[in-house]
Structure formats: structure tokens, C-alpha cells
Design a protein around this ligand. Structure first.
Ligand SMILES: [Zn+2]
Length: 362
């Protein structure tokens, strides 16, 4: 209900000349819109997880609107420097992509090139080094593909499970706990996915070769960087531990993997948009220049550069809402949703923490 009221308000604001006037104002010119995407899909991924994957045609319409509205799509580093210097051009926008799914190389980057848009890719590196699908999303996707089938797996669950929404959620949890309890490696988790796919009647080799839900590999990272893509940090294993030693290790491992490819990243995107209150300080100590979160808003010269607001643009996000953000009028409306904060844990508790499963174990 609240969302419908808000979308109605947005529609009213956008339909008015006021929204375009805001877009042309000095107020908007002193602000930066950072957009966040995960994956672009030309298969069924946007139907499986519409908050994570956007259909390629919808993304093309976004790029076309940015061009038609005479937005200035800037690289992240240049945009932040010009924000500080007060020299941003009208309607400045930065495009960012999280995680580094293989579609970025195959599908998204060519489209960005076609429209002449620079982009930042916040890349996790653990799965970049392993040519297998990322376990958590691949598990969820395969269960979704098998929706309404019956899963019979006596070694894992005593009774066959019907893969309706509740059954899929149950199996997802059971299999995640199974991997954690047995401390399965990435290769063993891949075997588990293959076993699941086979039980559901899918050709796992074809799935794996399609690179769906795999990350870009080292060669592709090199190619993208050589072509001008801005590759930045997103932690090594897609998690940001609540204690400084673990947090720093994630950044250092991520940075070392990129250094081996000749890259020298200095910007960071929080995995899942979640951060602790002391993360910005830890990032400064590591020499990181900026960190993007996922609370909606425009960046101003007064923003904390280590907790930058970002608007997550996804499939359910209508054209109206997107355009209102581009013009800046959406930032003037009251909104819910702040940065998701997590508790900090002192280093002494780190060992204990490491003995519990991470929320997202990519
Ligand atoms: Zn991510």
C-alpha cells in the first residue's frame, strides 16, 4: 500500500514539468546519482530473481533514457573528484555492477560500449578463480527451475520434497547447512549442484557451460580492464566479517587477486549493501577511497565517501521511478530504507564467529 502511494506520488511528480526542472537545476547538478545493478539477463534469470537480474531489453531502455535525457554518465573516480571540486555536469550518473557475473562480459559491457557509457564493476574474486557456478544463487536457481517437481534425495532428506515455494526454501536451507557442516570445498559444492540438477532432470554440463551464475574469469577481467571497464573491490568471498581482521583479510585477498591481473583498485562496494559502523574507518586504514552502500539517495559533497548512497535499479523498479531518480525528484520525497547496519564484533570474538556459517557464502 505504502509503495503504491509512493509510486503514485512519483508518477505525479514525474509527470509534472517540475521533475524536469529539478533535473535541470543547480541543486541536481551538485549531486551525483550512483545506480546499482547485479546482472543483465537474456534468459529466465529476471523471472527467477527480479531484484537481482534485469532483462536486457529493459536495461537497454534505461541506457536510452539516460541518453535522451542528456545525462552525463561518468566513471566513478572522475565523478567523485568533480563532485568534490564542484564541477559536475548536469544530471551526472555513475553506473555500477556488483559481483561480476559472466553476463557482464558477454552481454552488458557490449551494450554499455554501444551507448558510450563507462561503468564500475565491483568484483568478488573467489569464484572468479574457479570456473563453476556461484553456489548460493545457483542452488536457488536450480530449485526454482525444478519448481513443482518432486525432489527425492534420501541421503539428504528422509521424505521426498515437493518443490513448491515452501519446499524450495526448505531444501535451500537444508543444502546450505549440509555444505557448511561438511565444510565442502567449491568443487564439492559444484558436485552437489550437479547431483541436484541430475535428480531434477536437468543437463548440468549445459548449465555450467552456459556460464549462467558463474563469474567472469581472469581472461575476461583482463579483457574488460583493457577495454576501459573500471574493476573495483567487493570482498574476496562476498562477505564482510564483523571483526577488523576478517574484514581486512577479505579486502586484501580481493585486492591481491586483482593485483595479480595488473589491476590496482581503490574503491569498494559493500556486499549485500550491509556495513558495520566501523567499516568506513577500516576501509580508510586500507587506503580505500570510497565505498558504495545500497541506501537510496543522491551523493552530495557532504556525503560520507565511505558510505555512498546508491539506487538499486531492478526489474520491479518502474520507468517512472527510475526517471524520477535520474532527474532527482525522487530524492525529495520521503522514503524508507537506510543502510543495513550490522553489529561490530571485537577481534577476540573472531574465532568464535568463524565457527558459524556466514549469511552468504559465495
Ligand atoms: Zn554483491
Amino acid at each position: 500500500m505504502l509503495r503504491r502511494v509512493r509510486v503514485g506520488l512519483l508518477a505525479a511528480v514525474y509527470a509534472s514539468r517540475l521533475s524536469r526542472l529539478i533535473g535541470a537545476s543547480g541543486w541536481r547538478q551538485n549531486r551525483l546519482l550512483i545506480l546499482c545493478y547485479h546482472g543483465i539477463s537474456d534468459s529466465d534469470l529476471h523471472q527467477w530473481n527480479p531484484s537481482m537480474f534485469m532483462h536486457a531489453e529493459q536495461f537497454r531502455r534505461r541506457l536510452k533514457f539516460l541518453r535522451d535525457a542528456k545525462c552525463h554518465v561518468l566513471g566513478l573516480g572522475e565523478a567523485l573528484t568533480r563532485l568534490e571540486n564542484g564541477t559536475l555536469p548536469p544530471r551526472s550518473v555513475v553506473l555500477t555492477f556488483d559481483d561480476g557475473f559472466a553476463d557482464f562480459h558477454r552481454l552488458t559491457w557490449p551494450m554499455l560500449r554501444e551507448f558510450g557509457c563507462p561503468a564500475t564493476l565491483y568484483l568478488t574474486t573467489y569464484y572468479m578463480l574457479r570456473n563453476v557456478p556461484v553456489f548460493d544463487p545457483a542452488l536457488d536457481y536450480l530449485l526454482w527451475r525444478g519448481r513443482n517437481k518432486q525432489l527425492d534425495w534420501p541421503e539428504i532428506v528422509a521424505q521426498p520434497v515437493s518443490l513448491d515455494p515452501a519446499g524450495r526454501e526448505l531444501m535451500r536451507k537444508v543444502l546450505q547447512i549440509h555444505t557448511w557442516k561438511l565444510r565442502l570445498s567449491a568443487a564439492e559444492k559444484n558436485d552437489l549442484l550437479e547431483n541436484l540438477a541430475t535428480r531434477l532432470g536437468f543437463d548440468y554440463d549445459a548449465f555450467r557451460q552456459s556460464r549462467v551464475l558463474s563469474l567472469i574469469n581472469e581472461d575476461e577481467v583482463r579483457q574488460l580492464a583493457a577495454a576501459g571497464a573500471d574493476i573495483q573491490l567487493h570482498t574476496h568471498r562476498h562477505r564482510n566479517p564483523a571483526h577488523q581482521s576478517g574484514f581486512s583479510r577479505e579486502i586484501v585477498d580481493n585486492r591481491d587477486c586483482m593485483a595479480a591481473l595488473g589491476l590496482h583498485p581503490e574503491h569498494f562496494g559493500y556486499p549485500n549493501g550491509v556495513r558495520g559502523t566501523r567499516d568506513p574507518q577500516w576501509l580508510r586504514e586500507l587506503g580505500i577511497k570510497s565505498a558504495a552502500a545500497c541506501h537510496a539517495g543522491l551523493v552530495t559533497p557532504d556525503s560520507d565517501f565511505h558510505s555512498l548512497p546508491r539506487v538499486v535499479d531492478c526489474f520491479p523498479f518502474g520507468e517512472t521511478e527510475f526517471q524520477a531518480w535520474v532527474y532527482g525528484s525522487a530524492a525529495m520525497l520521503p522514503r524508507r530504507g537506510k543502510t543495513k547496519l550490522r553489529e561490530q564484533v571485537p577481534d577476540e570474538a573472531a574465532e568464535e564467529l568463524l565457527s558459524v556459517p556466514p549469511a552468504i557464502n559465495r
